[in-house]
Structure formats: C-alpha cells, structure tokens
Design a protein around this ligand. Structure first.
Ligand SMILES: *[C@@H]1O[C@H](CO)[C@@H](O)[C@H](O)[C@H]1NC(C)=O
Ligand SMILES: *[C@@H]1O[C@H](CO)[C@@H](O)[C@H](O)[C@H]1NC(C)=O
Ligand SMILES: *[C@@H]1O[C@H](CO)[C@@H](O)[C@H](O)[C@H]1NC(C)=O
Ligand SMILES: *[C@@H]1O[C@H](CO)[C@@H](O)[C@H](O)[C@H]1NC(C)=O
Ligand SMILES: *[C@@H]1O[C@H](CO)[C@@H](O)[C@H](O)[C@H]1NC(C)=O
Ligand SMILES: *[C@@H]1O[C@H](CO)[C@@H](O)[C@H](O)[C@H]1NC(C)=O
Ligand SMILES: *[C@@H]1O[C@H](CO)[C@@H](O)[C@H](O)[C@H]1NC(C)=O
Ligand SMILES: *[C@@H]1O[C@H](CO)[C@@H](O)[C@H](O)[C@H]1NC(C)=O
Length: 356
C-alpha cells in the first residue's frame, strides 16, 4: 500500500516535471514578464497566446538559453508602471522602452490596492534596474518618468548606452560615494543622454574621468548651474557634446574647448559663456559643428589660424563679437557647393592681385 502511494506520488511528481520541462522560459523570468503584462495596457497581442514568452515568441522579447535577454518595446503605446520586479530579469542585456509616454514607474503589483499611498505614484525610475547586471543597453527616453536618477544605475558595469532623455527627471546627477554607486562608475558607457529633463545642481566634477569611454554627452535642456567642470576635458573620446539651455554661471570658454581631440560637435547654445572665442577651437582636427548662439562672447573672433577643413558650421548668432579676422578659405571642402558655407565671405574666390 505504501509502495502504491509512493508510485502515485512519483507519477504525479513526474508529470509535474514534464510540465516544467515543456515550459521553455526560465520560471522566474516568465513570472516577471507575466506580472509586467498584467500591469500594462496595450501589450502586443502575441503576449496573450501563452504564458511561455520564449516558447511562443512574445513580440519584443528576445531569449537566449531560456533566459529573457532583451526587451524591445519602444513606441508601442504601452501604458502602466515600470515597477521594480523587472530587476528580476537578471540576464537582460537590452531594454528599449523609449517613446511610451504612458509608461511611468514604479508600483509593485504586490502593493496592489494601496492606491491611497500617493507617494508610490510619483513615476520614478525603479531602483531595481540597478540589479540588471548584464544590461548593456538602456533606453527609457521620451516617457513620463519623474523623480531622481537612481544611483543604483551606477552598478550597471556593462552598460554602453544610457538614454534617459526627454522625461521629467529632477534632482542632481548621482555620483558614487563610499556607500552608494553613481554614474561615474559607468566606465563602459559611450552614451549619456540626459537631455530634456529638469535636472539641476552642479554637474559633479567627479562624474568625469580619463577612464571613461563616452562619445556622446547630451545634457542640454536641463537646469544645471555652477560652472562646467574642467574634468570634462579628461574624456579624450568625446565626439558630441551638448550643454545648451542650462543655467550655468557666467564663465570664459573652458580650456577643453581647444583640447578634446575627437570632438565633432560642440553645442552650448543659450549659455553663459563670455570672453574671447578660443581661436584654437577651430583647428580641432575633427570638429564639424560649433553651435554657440546666445552667449556673451565678445571682442574679436579670430579664425585666421589653421582652420580644420571639415568645419561645416559656426553659429555665433547673438553674442557680443565686435571684430572678426577670417582667413581665406576658398578651395577648401568647407566651401564646396554641397556645403552651406559656399556663399560665405571666406569662401569667395580671392581678389585678382595681378595688375592688368
Ligand atoms: C547567450 O548567453 C550566453 C551565456 O549564457 C552568452 O555567452 C552568449 O553571448 C549569449 N548570446 C547572445 C546572442 O546574447
Ligand atoms: C529604441 O527605440 C527607438 C524608438 O523606436 C528607436 O528609434 C531606436 O533605434 C531603438 N534603439 C535600438 C538600439 O534599437
Ligand atoms: C512611432 O510610431 C509611429 C506610428 O507607427 C511612427 O509614425 C513614429 O515615427 C514612431 N516614432 C519613433 C520615434 O520611432
Ligand atoms: C505624465 O504624468 C503626469 C503626472 O506626473 C500625468 O498628469 C500625465 O497624464 C502623464 N502623461 C501621460 C501621457 O500619461
Ligand atoms: C483589491 O481590491 C479589490 C476590489 O476593491 C478586491 O476585490 C481585492 O481583493 C483587493 N486585493 C487585495 C490584494 O487586497
Ligand atoms: C534651446 O532652447 C531653445 C529656445 O527655448 C530651443 O529652440 C532649442 O531647440 C533648445 N536647444 C537645445 C539644444 O536644447
Ligand atoms: C589670430 O590667432 C593667431 C594664432 O593664435 C595669431 O597668430 C594672430 O595674430 C591672431 N590674429 C589677430 C588679428 O589677432
Ligand atoms: C548661394 O547663392 C546663390 C546665388 O545667390 C543661391 O542660388 C544659392 O541658393 C546660395 N546657396 C546657399 C547654400 O545659400
């Protein structure tokens, strides 16, 4: 009798085992996605086919060896909360939730009916994203996130792309302390897109170091104050830098204006820069676009020294420049007919100097 019972038990156990085996997705990952699905509106129709995201190929979900490795759900009209449980997708490498303005965070479904706790509805980026240790791509731009940037994002040591642009984020940029991580630890990151938010305070000098690999730094359209830290000049890899539309203190052009060797685009529009535009800026070897309108640059604009021929645009509208020295540029690529500069004074053919 006891044996019989044992056999029955084994049989049940076995069929339960079969059940587990026929489920392709890692049970923990499946549980996270199912709870996301339950808390979101407008998920793709394929998400209703089964409870096994990897097996039935839920749209926007990428799997690798039964683990969820990517979520590409950008611009899908998703509505709801991005809550902390997503931090349980520990093999996630790619997360693109950009352009879903109905998406905010975080509210754990476990908190279910505690809707009176308004503080939970403040739409912050969940701290638990910092648990996604494998994440290399994180795009939460153009949503409705508010609150501060969680310092925990500094734990994403494999991250190469951080895009939080075009949200309602406030507070300062988190940097590491002995007890807390910060964005200065993201040494693999090539992209910091924090533009179009309401971030404030000084840009911390500690944010930048020569160990970083940043190529795009977009901080425009925030409320940063103070001066632009000199440590920015340590990032030799930097190609595109935009600090426009902030509230910096008046200052002369920083030294790194003339020393960042890879810079292709420099934008500090509606800034507080004053003094003379450094003439060496225009000889940076890769520089193409210089956008410095609405500052307080004054005195002479000197573009007489060796000007890098790739330069396409120098926009200095609405400064205080009173004198200009521009060398003849006729015959350079910058003056080719496809370039907007072809009609500029410095692109006109030289005057005939030979006497007739
Ligand atoms: C799949 O995961 C393994 C580790 O489990 C990793 O080595 C491999 O690079 C991953 N493949 C892809 C395409 O992400
Ligand atoms: C993320 O989604 C946006 C919006 O659909 C798209 O423009 C962007 O290319 C995506 N990024 C990647 C790396 O796929
Ligand atoms: C989002 O989708 C709409 C409609 O499909 C499309 O017109 C728009 O260009 C997309 N936006 C982005 C940023 O991909
Ligand atoms: C964005 O959040 C605000 C509150 O923070 C809310 O009033 C607004 O409706 C949200 N926008 C969308 C598109 O959901
Ligand atoms: C949440 O509220 C609904 C209706 O108000 C109720 O039926 C349900 O049991 C509640 N859930 C929890 C977890 O308290
Ligand atoms: C800066 O603000 C101006 C006017 O408010 C706007 O037209 C421009 O697009 C903004 N530029 C950037 C780079 O944020
Ligand atoms: C412009 O700068 C160059 C290089 O620094 C210098 O030699 C030249 O005298 C300057 N021109 C004027 C008009 O100041
Ligand atoms: C340059 O001037 C010519 C003649 O005035 C005009 O047709 C052309 O559109 C101008 N090109 C640019 C890039 O402004």
């Amino acid at each position: 009798m006891a044996t019989m019972r044992m056999l029955l038990f084994l049989a049940i156990f076995y069929s339960a085992g079969i059940c587990m085996i026929s489920s392709v997705t890692d049970p923990n990952d499946a549980a996270v996605l199912l709870s996301l699905k339950n808390s979101w509106q407008n998920t793709p129709p394929s998400w209703d086919k089964s409870n096994d995201p990897c097996d039935s190929r839920w749209e926007g979900v990428t799997c690798n060896n039964s683990r969820v490795s990517g979520l590409e759900l950008s611009n899908t009209s998703l509505k709801g909360k991005l809550y902390g449980d997503i931090g349980g997708l520990t093999e996630l490498r790619f997360l693109n939730l950009s352009f879903n303005p109905g998406l905010t965070g975080p509210l754990s479904p476990r908190l279910g009916n505690l809707t009176n706790l308004n503080i939970l509805f403040n739409g912050e980026i969940p701290d638990e994203l910092g648990n996604l240790a494998e994440l290399s791509f994180l795009a939460l731009n153009s949503n409705n996130f508010s609150g501060a940037i969680p310092p925990s994002l500094g734990k994403l040591s494999k991250l190469y792309w951080l895009d939080l642009a075009d949200n309602q984020l406030t507070g300062t940029i988190p940097i590491s302390t002995y007890r807390s991580p910060g964005l200065d630890l993201l040494l693999k990151a090539k992209h910091f897109h924090l533009n179009k938010n309401q971030l404030s305070g000084f840009i911390p000098a500690k944010l930048f170091s020569s160990k970083m690999a940043l190529i795009h730094l977009l901080f425009d359209g925030n409320r940063f104050t103070g001066t632009i830290p000199v440590t920015l000049g340590l990032i030799r890899t930097l190609e595109v830098l935009d600090l426009s539309n902030n509230s910096f203190d008046p200052s002369e052009a920083p030294l790194w204006f003339s020393t960042l060797p890879s810079l292709t685009t420099l934008a500090v529009e509606f800034g507080s820069l004053q003094g003379v535009v450094p003439e060496k800026l225009f000889s940076l070897p890769n520089l193409q676009l210089v956008k410095l309108k609405y500052n307080a640059f004054n005195d002479m604009l000197n573009m007489s020294d060796s000007i890098n021929p790739q330069l396409q645009l120098v926009d200095l509208q609405n400064n205080q420049i009173s004198r200009i020295s521009v060398r003849q540029l006729f015959g350079n690529p910058v003056c080719s007919s496809s370039s907007g500069a072809s009609n500029a004074t410095f692109c006109q053919p030289p005057h005939q100097t030979t006497k007739s």
